[in-house]
Design a protein around this ligand. Structure first.
Ligand SMILES: Nc1ncnc2c1ncn2[C@@H]1O[C@H](COP(=O)(O)OP(=O)(O)OP(=O)(O)O)[C@@H](O)[C@H]1O
Length: 300
């Protein structure tokens, strides 16, 4: 559905060579997919999103959505977009703001009230519906933005830092909301600094740095199960038995850090338990996305 073919964008300045914010990005996003974009500050995520929304044009390469330029696509079909920062007048009241957005989205008058109620309910802001936006907390304002994104039935959904400002309960609920909007005919793109969130929500995550895609990581469906990775094993008894079962393992306080694939992990644990280890917890020492991010992004 979304095709970026060698897309680049440079911000021109009066002096100097300008800033090449996006550099030769090639990526395809199909209907049915949830794709993440991760990258450090200034990596080019917002510039990519602005081009997908048709607000900026690439100055090299080709970017199409359903075969047409983004601006034409968005004008024809609309987009569900949650921006990083809310830009509506803060004197608007929550329900009135959403009603205006419903009008702009072309929702017929007889369904408008029900649709606004539905999204207010979906993001749990019923008690704030008559408040002015300026009186809302940051997290509740973010939920209003999310309500707006849920208001329309769009095939392209773009979330920019969607859980920014949300408390842990709503961060978790947001995951359910994304699970609910995943659909076979819809492409969802999520830009976030929260790798844990991207790992839980997305099928693939593009790691962007200095304007370029450094890696695309498959994060779903047990991808990488045969690849060795770092594990952290906690024991209350016989840590030496665990260390002995994993060549190169390091005992670090109550934890043992080791490297193994999933089959090796199970075999090593079985041997350690037989040798008297009492295992209380086992988990990856860092997520595979974190590992990929760390190796793909140049420190600065
Ligand atoms: N209007 C602009 N004029 C000139 N340079 C810009 C402009 N907007 C962004 N840039 C530069 O382009 C590069 C990419 O910026 P962009 O905002 O796309 O990054 P980002 O990944 O969204 O960053 P963040 O995570 O901090 O939001 C940065 O070097 C930034 O300074």
């Amino acid at each position: 559905m979304i095709v970026l073919d060698n897309v680049s964008k440079t911000y021109r300045t009066w002096r100097g060579p300008g800033v090449r914010a996006v550099s030769n990005v090639t990526l395809e996003i199909a209907r049915g997919e949830v794709v993440g974009i991760a990258g450090p500050n200034g990596a080019g995520k917002s510039t990519l999103i602005a081009m997908l929304l048709g607000m900026l044009s690439p100055d090299e390469g080709r970017l199409t959505i359903d075969g047409v330029a983004p601006r034409a696509y968005v004008e024809r079909n609309g987009v569900a977009y949650l921006p990083e920062l809310m830009t509506w007048p803060l004197t608007w009241r929550t329900d009135e703001a959403l009603r205006r957005m419903a009008i702009l989205a072309g929702i017929p008058a007889d369904r408008r009230r029900a649709e606004v109620d539905r999204v207010i309910d979906a993001v749990g802001i019923g008690e704030h519906r008559r408040k002015r936006l300026k009186a809302l907390s940051k997290g509740n304002l973010q939920r209003v933005g999310l309500a707006h994104a849920l208001l329309t039935d769009r095939a392209m959904v773009i979330f920019d830092e969607p859980t920014h400002g949300l408390d842990p309960v709503w961060t978790a609920r947001f995951r359910d909301i994304v699970a609910g909007i995943r659909r076979a005919d819809r492409a969802v793109l999520i830009a976030s600094h929260n790798l844990d969130e991207l790992e839980r929500l997305c099928d693939r995550v593009a790691i962007v740095d200095r304007g370029a895609i450094q890696r695309v990581v498959e994060v779903r469906g047990g991808a990488g199960i045969t690849a060795p990775r770092r594990w952290r094993i906690r024991v209350t008894q016989a840590p030496d038995a665990v260390a002995a079962a994993f060549p190169g393992a390091v005992i670090n306080g109550p934890d043992i850090e080791c490297t193994a694939d999933v089959a090796g992990l199970n075999a090593g644990l079985a041997a350690a338990i037989t040798a008297g280890a009492l295992v209380t917890a086992v988990g990856p020492s860092e997520s595979s996305l974190e590992e990929a991010f760390r190796s793909a992004v140049t420190a600065r």
